[in-house]
Ligand binder design. Structure first.
Ligand SMILES: *Cc1c(COP(=O)(O)O)cnc(C)c1O
Length: 396
């Protein structure tokens, strides 16, 4: 049985180019970039080459890129830095949304306990907010706006350039978790008025455990891992040279192929959405147009997302009910609840996140199997029976 992997928002397979780029550092180039001898300096040069490549893809300067262990660390460091910078000026108000990734939300929750005030903007039913809503929430004591570029569950893409502009005009630091966007949709920190941006290699076919934080020159970055002077003193620890090399190669490749891949993925995505919407009492979550080229997120009434996933897995289809971080818990996704879906509907969610490796045949198999599994689960669901008998109202 062929495995159909459609969980690329959780993680991606490494590309050949990314693997080839990292191999020399696993075997051969073993130096510590901080060493003064030749072996160390060769490693140092490679590190700086990778930094240049990544900076070029984001349209920033190499010295504005700080390597981290991934998206979570970048989010933590960005938000805490901006909060501490704000507190030093007695500005302790932060603006965000209720449907951020947990790396952002949990950092904000901790900051609230430490005396910061956070405004969580409402995302509307389509999973979008507007720059006007951000503008209206900014106060004289606002030190940070942190809003994700593209949502990891429902794939909606926010009006980042406009939000950035509002923040720039008001003099508030703007951070965006762009982990789902970088390598998939155009990201340009200058054109989009972004002050801080988080990215992660394993979401665009690079290695796991490596990411980066872009910080606009002039914004003080705080240190949370103390030790050596790596990353210009902002993040101690011997650099993950192999991982960084894979990240640079993967990003370069993703940016080179972005238009071609996005066109292919949008076609597959739209075929999938149209086909799945034929299932009665189903709905697409998140705006149909302003979404990632590879994201499909559906709800089917009267079923449990977890059961759906297990039965699809038995047929070789690897999908998700939403965020990998909430799997294992029976709470519905905080993202779907933020979109205003009732608990019972949010429970029946399915996220299919494609990659350019997926084929038209994969889509055909999914469109054959999902309706069968949904029908079977409904046939054994007491909730569905009540819905069909009119004992409770259909919500979709
Ligand atoms: C995956 C993801 C993260 C976390 O990145 P890691 O590199 O796995 O720590 C953060 N934000 C978003 C939106 C993500 O999709």
């Amino acid at each position: 049985m062929k495995t159909i992997y459609v969980d690329n928002a959780a993680t991606t397979a490494m590309s050949d180019r990314a693997i080839e780029a990292m191999t020399p550092y696993l075997k051969g180039v073993y130096g510590n970039p901080s060493s003064l001898h030749t072996v160390g300096q060769v490693a140092k040069e490679s590190l700086e080459e990778a930094r240049e490549k990544i900076a070029k893809c984001l349209n920033c300067e190499a010295r504005e890129i700080y390597f981290t262990s991934g998206g979570s660390e970048a989010d933590n460091q960005a938000i805490r830095s901006a909060a501490l910078n704000g507190a030093a000026k007695n500005k302790k108000h932060i603006i965000s949304t209720a449907f951020e990734h947990h790396a952002v939300l949990h950092t904000l929750k901790k900051l609230e306990k430490e005396g910061f005030e956070v405004t969580y903007l409402d995302v509307r039913a389509n999973g979008l907010i507007t720059a006007k809503e951000v503008e209206a929430a900014i106060r004289p004591d606002t030190c940070l706006v942190t809003i994700m570029f593209a949502n990891n569950e429902v794939g909606t893409i926010q009006p980042i350039a406009e939000i950035g502009k509002v923040c720039r005009v008001k003099g508030v630091v703007f951070h965006t978790d762009a982990v789902q966007a970088v390598g998939h949709v155009p990201v340009d920190v200058k054109a989009q008025n972004i002050d801080m941006l988080s990215l992660s290699a394993h979401k665009f076919h690079g290695a796991k455990g490596v990411g980066a934080l872009y910080v606009k020159r002039g914004i003080p970055l705080r240190t949370f891992v103390e030790g050596g002077a790596q990353e210009r003193g902002k993040r101690a620890g011997t650099e993950n040279l192999a991982g960084v090399a894979s990240m640079a190669a993967a990003l370069e490749e993703a940016c080179e192929n972005m238009d071609k891949n996005a066109a292919k993925l949008k076609k597959l995505r739209d075929k999938l959405i149209d086909g799945l919407l034929k299932i009665p009492h189903s709905k697409l979550n998140g705006d149909r147009q302003k979404r990632l080229p590879a994201n499909v997120n559906m709800c089917f009434e009267g079923i449990e997302g977890e059961s759906l996933l297990l039965l699809l897995d038995a047929k070789g289809i690897c999908a998700s009910s939403g965020s990998a971080c909430t799997s294992g818990s029976l709470d519905p996704s905080h993202v779907l609840l933020a979109l205003g879906l009732p608990h019972e509907v949010a429970h029946g969610s399915l996220r299919l996140s494609l990659s350019a490796e997926n084929t038209e045949e994969d889509i055909d198999v999914i469109l054959r199997e999902v309706p069968k599994v949904v029908e079977y689960l409904r046939s054994i669901s007491p909730v569905w029976e009540e819905l069909e008998k009119g004992l409770r109202p259909h919500l979709i």
